[in-house]
Design a protein. Structure first.
Length: 528
């Protein structure tokens, strides 16, 4: 192989978005993936006989708002989304007869459900919340769509002029999610449901700057989360198909082990069963964890002292959650929420104290005394992911520490994984009596196995903490926030470590592709 245009490290969805966009421009693109399964956390495998089980993400909340699927015409490559409508529901709490709260795409139907469960005052407040936060959530998505700069962020978040507007909107965006909820609502159960939705980004809703994470719920009334037919990995399959149609390649079981800048090109070292292979590339798109990328650069001769300083500053965090992938004989029997209404996220919490205690336990290095569970049974929406008469349920629980007992502790996740899985099932059983008896198959993903299986260092599914000081101009550090590494021309960074952060989005891949397209245009006059 001669010199190619773009070598891509990793096949996560952000990396594949960037690869596909560059290949569509006629660039020679090769993707190298360490795993035997492409897609990273956006992948689906046959975990149990006849079950298509996601390894990472399940519902695609943000990707459908980016326009990337249309830009790449992924529908022509087999991608089809089913709308998760209702997009979320809060079942009847254990020991009560309160009606469930069902969040449908239709705002009127949602307001009716809120009124029945929480009262007319809360329904009116919910309408105000959606009216206020829909344009703000759109502004957030606009800010997520391009490289972060003060000018771009100003246009996105502060479109109106005047000091009063600037002050008011700054306070709005910098507020905590809890503060936002307290300003709009009185009913604790409604506040807890929306706080749990917002907390899927990782931070507690008591932290500054988390108000937009709650406010993003308003955008679900314009376009709800999508469930890719056949599993989350259908997005990866469509991206690879599009890439291949434009001449790009994906090599599995081919880990990149070093990145070295030589003259005006990159030497990419790839490990193969037959020994190391060297690929020469004009540019590199690194779609893996930022700490993984820094390790590759260090092994390629980049300044080790500089990398050590960046490593100390990047906040991976103490962990986020763990996952149970279940094959069941029946879906969870939530009171008042039939299978047809379980198309979205099951928010199994009734008060924010439940969430706060779980978060506090994690910070102390302990599993939560009472798990906070998100339940998803997408086999009702897409029967292809489970055998006939069976269901495919995912239970995501927060918050769980990566290091049990804190840093330096000797407890190992392999010693407690099954016990903690039992406790998550038991918590779900409180909300859906009889559910434990329906479980036939179980696969447990702890923070430790999320790291070993998917490369999610520290068990953080967002790569880097999604706290205010790690977002926008600061993600993952101010020096790296432009998706560039100083002193490494022709390298662009993508993935959840980069702006705009975690979740199934794809925007960081598109940003990286734009940067490399510019680099390749500049390099066109050079003979390499």
């Amino acid at each position: 192989m001669g010199t190619i245009d773009v070598a891509v490290v990793g096949s996560g969805h952000n990396a594949l978005v960037g690869a596909a966009l560059l290949a569509a421009q006629g660039r020679d693109v090769a993707v190298f993936e360490a795993d035997g399964v492409p897609g990273g956390a956006v992948s689906t495998v046959e975990r149990f006989p006849g079950y298509r089980v996601d390894r990472g993400s399940s519902a695609h909340l943000m990707f459908r708002h980016t326009g990337i699927a249309e830009e790449l015409d992924l529908a022509a490559h087999g991608l089809r989304y089913l709308e998760c409508d209702p997009w979320a529901f809060a079942p009847t709490p254990p020991g009560t007869d309160a009606p469930p709260i069902v969040f449908r795409t239709d705002l009127d139907a949602t307001a009716e459900s809120v009124a029945a469960a929480c009262g007319a005052r809360e329904a009116a407040a919910y309408r105000r919340f959606v009216a206020d936060w829909t344009p703000r959530a759109r502004a957030t998505m606009a800010a997520f769509g391009s490289s972060p700069s003060a000018a771009r962020l100003g246009r996105a978040f502060w479109p109106t002029k005047g000091r009063a507007s600037l002050t008011r909107m700054s306070r709005t965006y910098l507020a905590s999610g809890d503060q936002l909820l307290d300003e709009y609502f009185d009913d604790e159960r409604l506040k807890a449901a929306l706080a749990w939705f917002g907390a899927q980004s990782g931070p507690a809703m008591s932290e500054p700057g988390t108000a937009p994470m709650v406010g993003f719920a308003a955008l679900m009334h314009t376009l709800p989360p999508g469930r890719a037919v056949g599993g989350s990995g259908a997005l990866t399959a469509a991206l690879i198909s599009r890439l291949a149609s434009d001449g790009g390649t994906v090599a599995l079981d081919s880990p990149v082990t070093a990145l070295c800048r030589e003259g005006r090109a990159w030497r990419v070292t790839v490990a193969t069963p037959d020994g190391d292979r060297t690929v020469r590339a004009r540019t590199v798109l690194a779609g893996c964890h930022i700490l993984t990328t820094l390790g590759l650069l260090e092994r390629g001769g980049y300044d080790a002292g500089r990398i050590a300083g960046w490593r100390r500053g990047i906040q991976v965090g103490p962990g986020v959650g763990m996952v149970l992938r279940l094959g069941t004989t029946a879906p969870p029997a939530f009171d008042g929420v039939p299978l047809a209404d379980q198309a979205g996220l099951g928010l199994l919490t009734a008060d924010r104290g439940h969430l706060a205690r779980a978060r506090g336990d994690m910070l102390a290095g302990d599993p939560p005394r009472r798990p906070a569970v998100l339940a998803m049974t997408f086999s009702g929406l897409d029967p292809s992911i489970a055998p006939a008469g069976r269901h495919n349920t995912t239970l995501w629980a927060q918050w769980y520490p990566y290091a049990l007992g804190g840093p330096g502790a000797r407890r190992d996740w392999s010693d407690v994984a099954e016990r903690e899985a039992d406790r998550i099932v038991a918590e779900t059983q409180q909300w859906a009596p009889g559910f434990a008896d329906a479980v036939e198959h179980r696969y447990v993903q702890t923070p430790s196995t999320l790291e070993s299986e998917l490369g999610l260092l520290g068990g953080n599914v967002m790569h880097v903490e999604m706290a205010l000081h790690n977002m926008l101009l600061f993600r993952p550090l101010p020096e790296l926030a432009g998706a560039r590494v100083p002193g490494a021309p022709g390298l662009a960074l993508a993935g959840a470590s980069m702006h705009p952060g975690g979740g199934v989005n794809g925007s960081s891949g598109r940003i990286a592709a734009r940067l490399l397209a510019r680099d390749l245009g500049h390099l066109a006059r050079w003979r390499l």
